[in-house]
Design a protein around this ligand. Sequence first.
Ligand code: NDP
Ligand code: 3PG
Length: 491
Amino acid sequence: MSIARSMLQLKSHFPLYLGGKPIFNAGSCFSVKDKYTNKVATIVSSATSQQIDEAIMFASGSERELRGVPLYERKNILNTIVEKLKERFEEMSQYITVETGKPIKISRVEMLRAIDTFTLASEEVQRLHGYTERYDYSSTNTGVRGRVERFPRGLVSCITPFNFPVNLIAHKIAPAIAVGCPFVVKPSPKTPVSALVLGEILAETSLLEKSWSILPCKNSLAPLFVEDPRIKMVSFTGGLEVGMAIKRSAVNSVSTSLTLELGGDAATIIDDYDLDLNKLADTLLFAGMYQSGQSCISLQRLFVHENKYSQLLKLLVEKAQKLAIGDPLNVNTMISPLITMDAAVKVEELVQDAIERGAKCHCGGKRKDSLYYPTILTDVPKESRLSQEEAFGPVIYVEKFKDWKKVIERVNSSRFGLQAGIYTDNVFKIEYAFNNLEVGGVVVNAPCASRADAQPYGGIKDSGFGREGLKSAMEEMTEVKTMLMKNIDKY
Ligand SMILES: NC(=O)C1=CN([C@@H]2O[C@H](COP(=O)(O)OP(=O)(O)OC[C@H]3O[C@@H](n4cnc5c(N)ncnc54)[C@H](OP(=O)(O)O)[C@@H]3O)[C@@H](O)[C@H]2O)C=CC1
Ligand SMILES: O=C(O)[C@H](O)COP(=O)(O)O
């Protein structure tokens, strides 16, 4: 269903949440724009450095109390969030679209995924088991047994980007609630509204108030979410440059644990076998163009077997030119403006640089304000910026190949390594790809831009380290403690 912009009802001012309580900062606010109209949509309170300090103090002071909360209570909290997300599904989908500019049908999918993410956390609550083992494998340890359990690390600082303003926060706070870690969230100042609505929802649960805060703030205060030694873990999703800055400053404290979920220039390989190329072209276009390519696993590099190359390229170009461009509140829209004019200019520069170095542009290749047109390129030279950087825009470049082992090396030639997709009917090629692709995830019979919220998700190389996905994130947010027991069977 499409929505008329005149029907949108957005509050005029959103409070931040400090120690679980809403606070209106009359003197410290910033505006959030509707990314399609470029008009101010609402105003949000912006945290001061004192408020960030206070939030960290409250949260770190609540670590012990939170650890003692029984599992059924944690499940209750997570299930309550699920119910409230369902009740506010359509309202929140609209907020996502207004503040990100992404099409409403994609925002609704994000909401469905966020509901899954909290549901999965409520199920995983009771599955984080420890184990016991015997150490009397040697006479030096006669009678020794071990009991190994996981304990919450403590305060988690969650720093999130603009592109999934609900589900990427869910991927940090749902596991934190499940394992009993307090948290502070620093949402992207480009998209803080959905985060603050999540705050309204959290405030209606029995989650210990002092244990959580949601604090939009200006960029100069962002390092406070990393450098404070009371923070036990930083969980970051965003770009490479900021990720590297965070890694440098988080090592100020030896014990700070870090998860970095960074960018990519994800690839998909299409082998030569019996494929419905028409259907495949639709799927691949979606993988490269959904939310205008602003996803870290968005399809950027497409490698096609030489026997399928010309036919598939023709279909991709024909279909890319027909993608519906326009108001993201229209349910048929596929391509809408990028998050900022700067982001669109960056995509324009990458494409221009590739063309100047010899790439062929088959469609798109142009910008109107912050909108970038769906673009298909071939012959992109290896020394071009597009070959070495994340586009984060609606751009796919296509290359032909004939040798499976060589194309795997071509995928690996990137500095990034998040996910790769492979289409083949040969089980040995699948096994070879799984063993040799330098990525955190290999997707079979679907493009790289496929993520199940339960899967261990994250990258290698410049795509970061650590894994999200509920079970994995819960492991990252806990640490192992061992009890060594001697002769306890001697009663
Ligand atoms: N996973 C991925 O692949 C993603 C990659 N990106 C890439 O990053 C670009 C910009 O997107 P954006 O969302 O702004 O991502 P950024 O990486 O720029 O920012 C992500 C978050 O980190 C914050 N931040 C910035 N500097 C610091 C710092 N020194 N310490 C702590 N936190 C900091 C940002 O706040 P502030 O906005 O104030 O700088 C924001 O909340 C994209 O165009 C894309 O290339 C973005 C999103 C996801
Ligand atoms: O589908 C997803 O969850 C994203 O692609 C992952 O988020 P990212 O693009 O910010 O890494």
